[in-house]
Write a protein that binds this ligand. Structure first.
Ligand SMILES: NC(=O)c1ccc[n+]([C@@H]2O[C@H](COP(=O)([O-])OP(=O)(O)OC[C@H]3O[C@@H](n4cnc5c(N)ncnc54)[C@H](OP(=O)(O)O)[C@@H]3O)[C@@H](O)[C@H]2O)c1
Length: 324
């Protein structure tokens, strides 16, 4: 796998990473988890050079970090391990479709207590990347970020990252401690970051980690109707996945498939290759718990899109429905 560096001073990673969330959380919650397969997917990832493994303490909650920790036992030094702090489950089943209700908690005392708990679950004494999952509107970013910088000073985290932030928030954080990465939703159907955040990151030597790079599976051609979504699944409450919107958005998935068929790639690979073409600082973190999808996604690192392929993908229209 080709590699790149996260930020100016960050670690080297394969240009495609792995998001572990869906192995434990948010998607298809009614189906029993197959942790053994998920662990083997993480092992497969490391073998293929997919070294950046992304989790968060809120995923599960907690069980996703435990799963990643089990998978990395004896392999810790082969992974670039990223976790997050700042989101908490306030009601495990009280949301729509019996899904968890989640809130932000960026208080310094919460951050200080959380890093040790994450390290225990992950079975390691440091994480490579510690990310603020969301800026807590009730806490100045300098306070949350300052507490995270204490984790770096204590050797518990090597680098710090932000998630879903504005340029102004990045600037405020940088004044306290270097920002190594920004993780935000970015894909062929969520391109807001192209206006300001993505170019800012490139100019300032900050790595950019697109989350939900496959449009939560939609761009890979997984869902053609609302009824195909599993029960107890986060996508069931997102506006773009509601039946009428989903139907209107099928042209987007078709546009990706047309390019994929022409160049002999899969739609998922085209969606990821389009992201890689947005700059050397972009490292998508597609989520999967399925061995053949992992192999598919890893091979996207070698898919080259021509200028006319890129122009055709750039011309895909914006989706119907908000992302949240
Ligand atoms: N910072 C944040 O606030 C935030 C928010 C959301 C996500 N994230 C991170 O981003 C990661 C990825 O995002 P995501 O999981 O929401 O969305 P995603 O990567 O866009 O899509 C995941 C979905 O696509 C399917 N899939 C994956 N590869 C495929 C392939 N090659 N062909 C067909 N289907 C494929 C997966 O199926 P299976 O699971 O069935 O294999 C899953 O249903 C998460 O794991 C998490 O680490 C961060």
């Amino acid at each position: 796998m080709r590699t790149t560096t996260l930020g100016t001073h960050g670690p080297q990673v394969g240009v495609i990473g792995l998001g572990a969330m869906g192995m434990s959380f948010m998607y298809d919650m009614a189906t029993p988890r197959d942790d053994a397969t998920s662990v083997s997917v993480i092992h497969q990832a490391l073998d293929l050079g997919v070294t950046l493994i992304d989790t968060a303490d809120v995923y599960g909650p907690h069980t996703n970090e435990e799963l990643v920790g089990r998978a990395l036992a004896g392999r810790r030094d082969r992974a670039v391990l990223a976790t997050k702090v700042g989101r908490v489950v306030v009601d495990p089943t009280g949301g729509q479709d019996n899904l968890p209700v989640i809130a932000s908690d960026g208080r310094p005392e919460h951050v200080r207590a959380s890093i040790d708990a994450s390290l225990r679950r992950l079975g390691t004494d440091y994480v490579d990347l510690y990310q603020l999952h969301r800026v807590d509107p009730a806490v100045p970013i300098e306070e949350s970020w300052g507490a995270m910088a204490e984790a770096v000073a204590a050797g518990k985290a090597r680098h710090l990252g932000l998630s879903e932030v504005t340029v102004e928030e990045i600037r405020r954080a940088q004044a306290v401690h270097p920002v190594t990465t920004v993780q935000s939703e970015f894909s062929l159907w969520t391109r807001d970051v192209q206006a300001e955040v993505l170019p800012y990151c490139e100019r300032h030597g900050i790595g950019f980690l697109p989350f939900s790079p496959l449009g939560r599976g939609f761009l890979a051609g997984r869902f053609a109707s609302f009824g195909e979504l599993p029960h107890n699944d986060h996508r069931r409450r997102l506006p773009r996945f509601q039946q009428d919107n989903l139907r209107a958005n099928l042209d987007i998935a078709t546009g990706v498939r047309v390019v994929a068929d022409r160049i002999g790639a899969t739609p998922a690979q085209v969606a990821l290759a389009w992201l890689l073409a947005q700059g050397p600082h972009v490292v998508p973190i597609p989520g999967t718990k399925t061995p053949r999808y992992l192999a598919d996604n890893a091979a996207a690192a070698d898919v080259r899109l021509s200028p006319s392929d890129l122009a055709e993908l750039d011309a895909i229209p914006a989706p119907v429905g908000a992302r949240y």
